[in-house]
Design a protein around this ligand. Structure first.
Ligand code: ADP
Ligand code: MG
Length: 219
């Protein structure tokens, strides 16, 4: 039996493909300034590979496909790190009927896994700067999904003022300063979409515009 939380999570996959396809140029621009330019394409192609696999006659389970594609196929530093986050979300969703609880547990476990592998702390200018405030905003109980989205977006935007200590951007020194970290922006976009089943599309749209305006304003 598929849990209610997993059914809801599965339902976000098509939206994720849509949103990351639309955001690809902005994310590419950002990674061209602060990295090597592959970040937006990696994410877009990852979700497009997921869509291809789901289109077949014996289509696999949607979220499990997202996990497998990002862990095993998507390149860059961020591909497998997103894979760990997707894996944690899937594990929690499979065990819960509450989608909000699955988000809380999955994002928190995902952050722990990403930090175990990548060893980044808050302030190092990575996706951790969007994830850690999201976990804090979700808290130990209750529905704080709106607050989570706002915290993730604020965390992502705050990376514009940071100098990178991890990943490729750490070789760039001051060049990256003034532009938000692509991985943090990607995570915030992801959380906007994951919040949609709870908070609706208007909140997500407003927060995504806030993020992407800042990106294009900087480019
Ligand atoms: P690459 O630099 O290998 O091309 P990507 O373009 O796929 O990597 O992803 C870049 C993003 O990965 C960065 O913007 C940052 O958010 C994230 N990142 C890099 N190193 C780490 C790390 N050690 N821990 C967490 N996130 C990281
Ligand atoms: Mg890159």
């Amino acid at each position: 039996m598929t849990s209610e939380a997993m059914t809801t999570l599965d339902g976000t996959v098509a939206r994720l493909q849509e949103v990351f396809s639309a955001a690809e140029p902005a994310l590419t621009t950002l990674d061209e300034i602060t990295g090597d330019g592959d970040f937006g394409v990696n994410l877009r192609e990852g979700f497009s590979e997921v869509a291809d696999r789901l289109a077949g006659p014996d289509a696999p389970a949607p979220w499990d496909t997202v996990r497998a594609v990002f862990l095993d196929e998507v390149g860059g530093t961020s591909g497998p790190l997103f894979g760990l986050l997707f894996q944690s979300l899937g594990t929690r969703a499979a065990r819960s009927d509450s989608y909000v609880d699955a988000l809380r547990g999955g994002i928190s476990d995902g952050l722990a896994a990403i930090q175990r592998v990548g060893e980044a702390e808050v302030g190092d200018r990575t996706m951790v700067d969007a994830l850690a405030p999201a976990v804090e905003a979700l808290g130990a109980d209750g529905d704080h999904v709106d607050a989570m989205v706002s915290a993730a977006v604020a965390g992502a935007l705050s990376t514009a003022a940071l100098r990178a200590r991890r990943g490729r951007a750490s070789y760039l020194g001051e060049r990256a300063v003034g532009h938000p970290d692509p991985g943090a922006v990607g995570v915030a976009l992801l959380l906007c979409v994951l919040a949609e089943p709870v908070s609706g599309t208007e909140k997500s749209k407003g927060e995504r515009a806030r993020l992407l305006d800042a990106v294009s304003g900087n480019a």
